[in-house]
Design a protein around this ligand. Structure first.
Ligand SMILES: *[C@@H]1O[C@H](CO)[C@@H](O)[C@H](O)[C@H]1NC(C)=O
Ligand SMILES: *[C@@H]1O[C@H](CO)[C@@H](O)[C@H](O)[C@H]1NC(C)=O
Ligand SMILES: *[C@@H]1O[C@H](CO)[C@@H](O)[C@H](O)[C@H]1NC(C)=O
Ligand SMILES: *[C@@H]1O[C@H](CO)[C@@H](O)[C@H](O)[C@H]1NC(C)=O
Ligand SMILES: *[C@@H]1O[C@H](CO)[C@@H](O)[C@H](O)[C@H]1NC(C)=O
Ligand SMILES: *[C@@H]1O[C@H](CO)[C@@H](O)[C@H](O)[C@H]1NC(C)=O
Ligand SMILES: *[C@@H]1O[C@H](CO)[C@@H](O)[C@H](O)[C@H]1NC(C)=O
Ligand SMILES: *[C@@H]1O[C@H](CO)[C@@H](O)[C@H](O)[C@H]1NC(C)=O
Ligand SMILES: *[C@@H]1O[C@H](CO)[C@@H](O)[C@H](O)[C@H]1NC(C)=O
Ligand SMILES: *[C@@H]1O[C@H](CO)[C@@H](O)[C@H](O)[C@H]1NC(C)=O
Length: 748
């Protein structure tokens, strides 16, 4: 039996241990957590073992129907207990009423003393209120260990003077309550025992009330007599220490639930518990905080919701993206990665195309503009006219080529200064090397006015037809630039002027060569005057414009000032142009341009060849300055031999020289009519050449020109003959002159 007794003892001990472990901190399972319509959650309880400590005792008086909960053993009725630390109770209204004789008939002060102990009045939600028209209320209490006293006076003369809802001292007065008020007493007073206001306000009232639950109305001044109590919010908290201190003693720590938090009371000492976010329930119970199933509760997700303890996840089904929240971006169909890549690719390719296209268009427009400009210049420079004219001549003779601007730019190395051959009054001449290695002279004309264009084109067309071995050949032109460019054949040996006046090499120029040059020049000029379809006057005949090639063949150049004279006109009125020293004085005075002006200039050239003197020299006496005058006077005065270039006079050529000098003198006649024509000059010089070579023999060799004259006398200086020399002539100088001159005169 002893054995059995031991077992029983042990069981009892175990039971006691279990009992103490559960009762110290948790309510007994038999506890009723409700009194009437009011739920009473732990730590509150209605009997021993059901509350945390005695201050949380709610006395449920079952004599009332329904039962009424009271705070502890007081007469304070509990209306509502909330776990977030609020306790709503009813408190009685203190009142003081008078009858007509001015005696206080009702002095109810039962609710005037509140001993709330641990539960201070919420200073945020309540207001101390005094009501009456002859009233003062004094409130005394302790707050945070300090005595405090405050008061409110409410007066009014008539019910009309009282405003609805306004507690500003007329019929109603409100004041706030300090923090930590646990008990207070209210004293009511009157100034005249309500004698003046008795008919509408016999009483004074004083009470603390939840602010949002009480709205003052003037009728309350009388009606409040029938109302017993008003709601008040109390703050409750656990313990008298802070969370940190309380947590140290886990046994007495009130926040028993997992996933619960502790926070300090906002009114007086102690702490409160709360379920962690995502949980709800009673944090003071061991398993009080339960997970909130947000998915079922509020379903914050747009598509799919996943609940887990303390939270939830929203997610989107496959093929959708977004945060999944109804509140947020929700779920949208996904743009797949490859799509994104494709889109990105498209965009970048688009941008690239745009960029390339843009720059291409820009470049194209620029090029187009350039082409337009070129076309404009081409037209402005008479390109169309020229093209037309050239096409008319096609096949008959070698025609000029129209060069492009780039071609000539390349040929002159972009008009390099080192390539400048000379600079004249009509433009600059550059040495150019064409793509086919051909060396050419490129003349950049000075800008001409629009009105001159047609004439310029006429000159070009005519000059392209001038194919004479002693005229510098115009190869072509370029009209795409603002300034027309002319391309000539390149003559290698410089100007006659240089050869005569450069003392270093003038001796190389023998009389024979000089005569040849003079003859060739005269021939070329005669050709220009008569053989071309329209007569051309050179206007600027001078030694500087006669170029020489390596064989000292003369090439007349620079037709910049040349004028074409229509056939029915023999003279042309123009602006006087030319070079002083060579300028025909008659033309100078009358401005009447005729072929004889060129004859005069040629006379000067001939005189220059004979004397080696400058056409216009500034050394020597006054009379010597103008070569033409000087020469003529010398010939007239039979002083020819004195003025001749020293080295040209040789034995046997004096007759020739004299003839030439006479010819020059005739050319230099002041009256144009008295001068011979260029044809006559050419003939005479031809004669002299033959005379020089074979002065007394029948010529077996002839120059090309002579041959041409003889074989085709009526054609005079035809351009396409003269390359072969088959017929020999036996005619002497005199006979030849007659024979040749006659048909030419007829032809003119
Ligand atoms: C319940 O209330 C009645 C009436 O006020 C009172 O007489 C009685 O003593 C109360 N009972 C308890 C248990 O407080
Ligand atoms: C007022 O109350 C007092 C005391 O109860 C009483 O003696 C008196 O007669 C009352 N006066 C009137 C006018 O009712
Ligand atoms: C008011 O009433 C008190 C007693 O209730 C009395 O002593 C006092 O004289 C009265 N005052 C007036 C102005 O009637
Ligand atoms: C207030 O209540 C507490 C306990 O609830 C009690 O100990 C104390 O004596 C009371 N004080 C007064 C003045 O009634
Ligand atoms: C506070 O009030 C009590 C009575 O309500 C009184 O005994 C005490 O002396 C007062 N304390 C101070 C500091 O006034
Ligand atoms: C308030 O309560 C304290 C003790 O808790 C007591 O000493 C004090 O007198 C009370 N004050 C009033 C006005 O009841
Ligand atoms: C806090 O409460 C405990 C018992 O509940 C008591 O022993 C202690 O004295 C109190 N401390 C203060 C500062 O009131
Ligand atoms: C809830 O409590 C459990 C156990 O203490 C813990 O594992 C879990 O992380 C807590 N959850 C949250 C959301 O705090
Ligand atoms: C208690 O927790 C809930 C949910 O986590 C929260 O909404 C509430 O504001 C908290 N209460 C206090 C007083 O912190
Ligand atoms: C949306 O979010 C805001 C703040 O995040 C929140 O206050 C609100 O309640 C949410 N509304 C819904 C329907 O979830």
């Amino acid at each position: 039996m002893a054995f059995r007794g031991i077992i029983l003892q042990q069981q009892l001990l175990l039971g006691l241990l279990i009992l103490t472990a559960t009762t110290t901190s948790q309510p007994h399972s038999s506890c009723i957590n409700r009194c009437g319509s009011v739920s009473i959650p732990y730590p509150f309880g209605t009997r021993d073992g059901c509350y945390l400590d005695k201050s949380f005792l709610i006395t449920c008086n079952h004599t009332f129907e329904p039962p009424k909960p009271f705070l502890r053993h007081s007469n304070i009725i509990v209306r509502d207990i909330s776990l977030d630390g609020e306790l709503r109770v009813s408190t009685f209204i203190a009142r003081d009423c008078y009858n007509k004789s001015g005696t206080s008939v009702i002095r109810k002060r039962s609710g005037s003393v509140l001993n709330l102990s641990k539960f201070p009045i919420s200073y945020t939600k309540n207001k101390f209120t005094a009501l009456g028209c002859d009233t003062f209320v004094i409130i005394k209490g302790r707050a945070q260990g300090q005595n405090y006293t405050t008061g409110c006076i409410s007066l009014c003369d008539s019910i009309e003077s009282v405003n609805d809802g306004s507690c500003s001292g007329i019929g109603c007065c409100q004041t706030s309550i300090p923090e930590g008020v646990a008990n207070f007493s209210v004293s009511l007073g009157s100034f005249t025992n309500h004698s003046a206001v008795l008919d509408f306000n016999p009483c004074s009232f004083g009470f603390v009330v939840e602010e949002k639950e009480y709205k003052f109305s003037p009728s309350d001044l009388k009606n409040l007599e029938n109302i017993e109590s008003v709601p008040v919010v109390l703050d409750w908290a656990v313990g008298n220490e802070t969370c940190e201190v309380a947590k140290r003693n886990s046994k007495s720590f009130a926040c028993k639930a997992e996933n619960s938090t502790c926070y300090a009371s906002n009114n007086g000492p102690g702490y409160r518990c709360n379920c962690s976010s995502g949980f709800r329930g009673n944090p003071y119970l061991l398993y009080g905080c339960v997970d909130v199933d947000e998915c079922k509760d509020s379903n914050p997700c747009a598509k799919k919701c996943n609940n887990f303890p303390g939270g939830f996840n929203c997610y989107c089904p496959k093929g959708y993206e977004g945060d999944g929240l109804k509140n947020g971006t929700g779920c949208r169909p996904t743009a797949s990665k490859s799509k994104i890549v494709i889109i990105a690719l498209c965009i970048s390719v688009g941008l690239l195309v745009l960029l390339v296209g843009g720059s291409w268009i820009h470049w194209g427009l620029k090029k187009r503009r350039l082409i337009k400009l070129k076309e404009k210049f081409f037209q402005q420079n008479g390109g169309l006219l020229l093209q037309e004219k050239l096409s008319n001549h096609q096949g008959s003779v070698e025609t000029a080529k129209i060069y492009s601007a780039e071609e000539l730019e390349k040929a002159t190395n972009n008009y390099d200064e080192n390539r400048v051959l000379g600079q004249g009054s009509y433009g600059t001449v550059y040495r150019g090397i064409l793509l086919n290695k051909k060396v050419v002279a490129i003349k950049k004309s000075k800008i001409g006015s629009q009105s001159q264009v047609e004439q310029f084109i006429n000159e070009i067309t005519v000059l392209t037809q001038v194919i004479h071995r002693n005229v510098v050949k115009l190869l072509g032109c370029c009209l795409e630039t603002e300034v027309p460019l002319l391309v000539y054949e390149f003559i290698t040996n410089g100007t006659l002027f240089d050869h005569i006046h450069d003392k270093g090499q003038s001796f190389l120029l023998s009389w024979e060569k000089r005569l040849k040059i003079a003859t060739e020049t005269a021939g070329a000029l005669a050709y220009l005057h008569s053989a071309t379809s329209v007569p051309i006057i050179h206007r600027d005949v001078k030694t500087a414009n006669i170029l020489l090639d390596d064989n000292f063949t003369a090439k007349v150049s620079d037709f910049g000032a040349s004028r074409i004279i229509p056939l029915d006109q023999t003279e042309l009125s123009t602006l006087v142009q030319g070079t002083f020293g060579y300028l025909d004085p008659e033309y100078f005075h009358t401005s009447q341009l005729t072929e004889k002006s060129d004859v005069y200039s040629f006379g000067v050239v001939l005189a220059e060849l004979l004397t080696g003197k400058m056409a216009l020299s500034f050394d020597g006496p006054e009379s010597d300055k103008n070569l033409a005058m000087y020469f003529v006077s010398a010939v007239k005065g039979d002083r020819l031999l004195q003025i001749l270039e020293d080295h040209i006079v040789e034995e046997g050529n004096t007759k020739q020289i004299k003839e030439a000098a006479n010819l020059a003198k005739r050319c230099l006649n002041v009256r144009g009519e008295d001068r011979p024509s260029m044809k006559e000059v050419a003939m005479e010089l031809e004669g002299l050449v033959i005379m020089e070579k074979h002065p007394w023999e029948k010529a077996n060799v002839c120059t090309e020109e002579t041959e041409c004259l003889l074989s085709a006398p009526t054609q005079s200086f035809s351009i396409d003959v003269g390359t072969n020399c088959s017929t020999t002539t036996t005619a002497g100088y005199d006979s030849m002159e007659k024979q040749v001159l006659k048909p030419l005169n007829d032809g003119r």
